[in-house]
Design a protein around this ligand. Structure first.
Ligand code: ATP
Ligand code: MG
Length: 358
């Protein structure tokens, strides 16, 4: 099986953090004989500057051909004022997601014990926190038709969107979540609003049907309002959560903040075959770009996710995660996670430390 990794550095701190993650991948590739091969392409603002569009045909072609994609981040003030929304960096990212059918978004929220002080919650509430949120990414109310703003009788404007999922869309994201639960603590909480929204009554039914195929997984259901409350009240009750596009967008950002460190959180977006794009949860951080200040750990952990989910190299992934924990134990911190008494390091120094730990 070929293992072609496409690297998309993107904009802002993207090239800096991706460079460190690629070094790590190249090292473990050698150490564990993974057979990875690398290529690189432009996306986002970098592509606009070079080719006039955020997702050049050559990049999309390379994305289709690759077995997995590692992305830095896209966007920045330089392109934010472009009046043509089709020529915005973010369109490059959305274009890849939709063209490749990357419907399954995995966002772990893990609290590193070394960074517990940065959480918004009390240490005893978050210590040991390790949640995986599985969010549907290419359907639901963000894509449903019809949508728009129209004028009704009396010249009153009304905005409307359509929240729609068919059972196949629900089943395929459900399967991703059940599979993930099987590899973890075997507890899955499906989040919906089945007391109000018919689409999520169907969601709940399909999750129940699926659970017959996964008898070892304990399935529960929660309304989204309660889930939001429980996430900030007692987050450790959750193992894997699965939900639709909009609820997942909101809950995963809330869960991320529980860990207190945006520079530490990875994500994966998978298609039906497990091919995926992996990227840090944070953006291109234009305020610190080009200064060697960015935290590369979220991207390095995203690379570990790639090995686990796209290449079945869970042991190597665990080694990378242990190396990250090791550098935190050495009290090395980039600015975003720095606190009194810790040693402040640059982006490249953090990469060096992870390499050394490996
Ligand atoms: P986007 O819309 O792409 O999500 P954003 O403007 O919402 O971007 P970020 O680009 O994630 O947000 O930046 C938010 C803040 O977090 C900035 O101050 C940025 O410097 C900081 N930040 C984000 N990622 C990192 C990182 N890897 N290392 C250090 N600081 C970071
Ligand atoms: Mg943002």
């Amino acid at each position: 099986m070929s293992k072609n990794v496409l690297i998309l550095p993107g904009d802002g701190i993207g090239p800096e953090i991706v460079t460190q993650a690629q070094r790590v991948l190249e090292l473990v590739n050698q150490q564990d004989s993974l057979g990875l091969e690398f290529s690189e392409a432009k996306v986002g603002g970098a592509a606009i500057d070079a080719d006039g569009v955020p997702l050049p045909a050559a990049t999309l072609e390379a994305a289709h051909a690759a077995d997995a994609i590692l992305l830095g981040a896209v966007g920045g003030p330089k392109w934010d004022t472009n009046p043509d929304f089709q020529i915005r960096p973010e369109k490059g990212l959305l274009g890849i997601r939709s063209n490749l059918g990357l419907f399954g978004n995995l966002r772990p929220a893990i609290l590193y014990p070394q960074l517990a002080h940065a959480s918004t919650l009390k240490p005893e509430v978050v210590s040991g926190l390790d949640i995986l949120i599985v969010r549907e990414l290419t359907g639901g109310i963000y894509f449903g038709q019809p949508r728009g703003v129209r004028e009704k009788e009396g010249g009153i404007r009304e905005g409307y969107n359509t929240y729609v999922y068919d059972e196949n869309e629900i089943r395929r994201i459900g399967r991703v979540a059940f599979e993930a639960a099987m590899a973890r603590d075997k507890r899955l909480c499906s989040v919906d609003k089945a007391n109000v929204l018919e689409v999520t009554v169907l969601w709940r039914e399909v999750m129940e049907e699926l659970s017959k195929e996964y008898p070892e997984v304990e399935l529960s259901h929660m309304y989204v309002d309660n889930a939001a409350m429980q996430l900030v009240r007692a987050p450790k009750q959750f193992d894997v959560m699965v939900t639709g596009n909009m609820f997942g967008d909101i809950l995963s950002d809330a869960a991320a903040m529980l860990t207190g460190s945006i520079g530490m959180l990875p994500s994966a977006s998978l298609d039906v075959n497990g091919k995926g794009m992996y990227e840090p949860c944070h953006g291109s951080a234009p305020d610190i770009a080009g200064q060697n200040l960015a935290n590369p750990l979220a991207t390095i952990i995203s690379a570990a996710m790639m090995l686990r989910y796209s290449f079945g190299a869970g042991d190597t992934a665990a080694r990378i995660e242990a190396a990250v924990s090791n550098v935190l134990d050495q009290n090395l911190r980039t600015g975003d996670i720095w606190s009194e008494g810790m040693q402040k390091v640059s982006c490249t120094e953090m990469g060096d430390a992870v390499m050394a730990a490996l």
